[in-house]
Design a binder for this molecule. Structure first.
Ligand code: ACM
Length: 519
């Protein structure tokens, strides 16, 4: 009998057939397929990360550091290995990846370093969120639903600085977002140094939305290069926005000779489209912007010009322009301006991105990208898609994060309701029926954080999180694999991570202790 027991113990040990405890997956965005197999891979005893692809060395070092930050020992030689492999022919989508986990080896394959990055992010996130250094064996095969997964931060109304921006870029990358839309110019402040026109930053950069006499704040070109490089290391593209011909007030403080005036409520709101020199001036600005940002797109705004173009009615230069170019209305003038400045952008090697107002301007459909934001004007979305424009969906409801996320909250916008976490998670929610053709044109989704009422870091955190994480899953995970209950159940683990990052998020399960930050 004793011998029999010893023999059985030996068999179990040798063949390791005792079922090992397999930790649950805790992944956001949830991968599109996970097949779990018997056994586990442990990060408890040290691992090594290997690759024969030179292109992946930087990435391997980046993740070595991230795993070490979680207390994993990463050695040059270990009998537990993560191997990174580029396999160009197998996966078409550059962001797609496969992670195959066996007891001693994990293989991460992708067609491009982007995919390898997301494969490693999946492993890192599992360790980080589950607080467990053991992962189940199996295969994760994954690719994003949308190629564009974005977040916009307005730093004109209030300025937060490069350390905060880098923190957000880190968090975006941790949840597989890939585009940071940086709203750098508007009425209260111009936040980017332009060397040929220094007053834009030194005069235009003074003050904030609530405190026009506040100190001068802007990003130097060195700051911008640093943030762009930081984002690139995390496979995040930064699209800068230089808003025109409206929302130009801060620039007009610096160089009033190019102002097209405004209205009583919005003085000096526009650039002057009736003056030839304005186009040369703006091209000088865009030339420096184009050099600083490797992104294919530069966002030129184009929104809400009618808010403050009253002075255009009595502008002699505009009257002359209208006659010369046979423009009948001021909207035609606006469209002329957009077409002309887009031509300049083209000479700088960049394509146009703009808010949905620019759809009617007739800019190139092959290369321009439209951001649909006016949720109450679905005709604008339909027009963009019908015309064949590549389109990013960022409707105010539910993707503007300056709207409150809970009925109990006071500081924030509402418009026939507000933007709760679940609405963000469920977007696009089927209200809009997209045809196959439409779906080919929809680049992706983006949430926008306007900061008129948000003066502090706590405030932007409170409005952004956890909604940005919900949007990340909406942007990545196919509709069929989204599951609100699963996401909701992960929230305590997500909060623990956000706590570890010093983020002042909103938690709707804890209303009693959940304070809106000080205004
Ligand atoms: C916008 O919200 N004005 C694009």
């Amino acid at each position: 009998m004793r011998q029999l027991i010893i023999l059985m113990v030996l068999i179990v040990t040798l063949f390791n057939c005792k079922p090992e405890e397999q930790p649950e997956w805790v992944l956001v965005p949830y991968p599109n397929t996970i097949e779990t197999a018997d056994g586990v891979f442990t990060f408890e005893k040290g691992i090594s990360i290997t690759t024969s692809d030179e292109e992946l060395h930087a990435l391997s070092e980046f993740y070595t550091k991230r795993f070490e930050d979680l207390g994993v020992v990463v050695e040059t030689k270990s009998n537990r290995v993560i191997e990174l492999q580029l396999k160009t022919s197998e996966l078409e989508n550059e962001e797609a990846y496969q992670v195959t986990i066996s007891k001693k080896k994990i293989t991460v394959t992708a067609a491009h370093p982007k995919g390898i990055f997301y494969g490693l992010t999946t492993l890192w996130q599992q360790l980080q969120l589950s607080q467990n250094k053991v992962v189940s064996c199996g295969t994760i095969s994954d690719a994003p639903r949308f190629g564009y997964r974005g977040f916009m931060l307005d730093e004109s109304r209030h300025f937060f600085g490069k350390e905060k921006v880098k923190q957000y870029i880190d968090l975006m990358a941790s949840f597989k977002l890939n585009t940071f839309h940086w709203h750098l110019t508007d009425e209260p402040g111009w936040r980017i140094e332009i060397k040929a026109l220094p007053k834009l930053a030194t005069i235009g950069g003074k003050g904030y939305y609530k405190t026009p006499d506040g100190p001068v704040k802007y990003y130097t070109q060195e700051d911008i290069k640093e943030v762009v490089a930081y984002a690139a290391e995390r496979f995040i593209t930064i699209i800068p926005e230089i808003d025109m011909p409206g929302h130009a007030t801060a620039a007009n403080k610096a160089y009033p000779e190019f102002s097209g005036g405004g209205s009583e409520k919005y003085p000096d709101f526009t650039f002057d489209p009736g003056k030839e020199e304005t186009y040369a001036y703006l091209t000088t600005i865009l030339k420096e912007v184009a050099t600083l940002f490797p992104s294919k797109y530069v966002h030129l705004g184009g929104d809400e010009v009618h808010f403050g173009n009253e002075a255009w009615h009595s502008n002699a230069g505009i009257k002359e322009l209208m006659k010369r170019e046979q423009l009948e209305t001021l909207v035609d003038v606006e469209h002329y301006f957009i077409r002309r400045i887009t031509d300049s952008l083209k000479t700088l090697g960049k394509d146009l991105a703009g808010w949905d107002e620019i759809v009617a301007s007739g800019v190139d459909k092959q290369t321009s990208m439209i951001y649909w934001w006016r949720h109450d004007k679905t005709d604008k979305l339909e027009a963009a898609l019908k015309a064949g424009y590549k389109t990013v969906l960022c409707p105010r409801r539910p993707l503007y994060f300056d709207f409150v996320q809970h009925d109990s909250l006071k500081n924030g916008r509402r418009w026939d309701g507000f933007n709760p976490l679940k609405d963000v998670y469920q977007y696009p929610d089927g209200t809009h029926q997209f045809s196959e053709g439409d779906l080919k044109l929809i680049a992706g989704i983006q949430s926008n954080l306007w900061t008129e009422r948000l003066a502090t870091e706590d405030w932007i955190d409170f409005m952004t999180f956890p909604r940005l994480v919900a949007m990340a899953e909406s942007a990545w995970t196919n509709e069929a694999y989204k599951d609100w209950q699963r996401f909701d159940a992960y929230l305590p683990k997500l909060y623990a991570y956000l706590d570890s990052q010093g983020i002042y998020y909103f938690d709707e399960t804890d209303l009693e202790h959940q304070k809106e930050p000080e205004l």
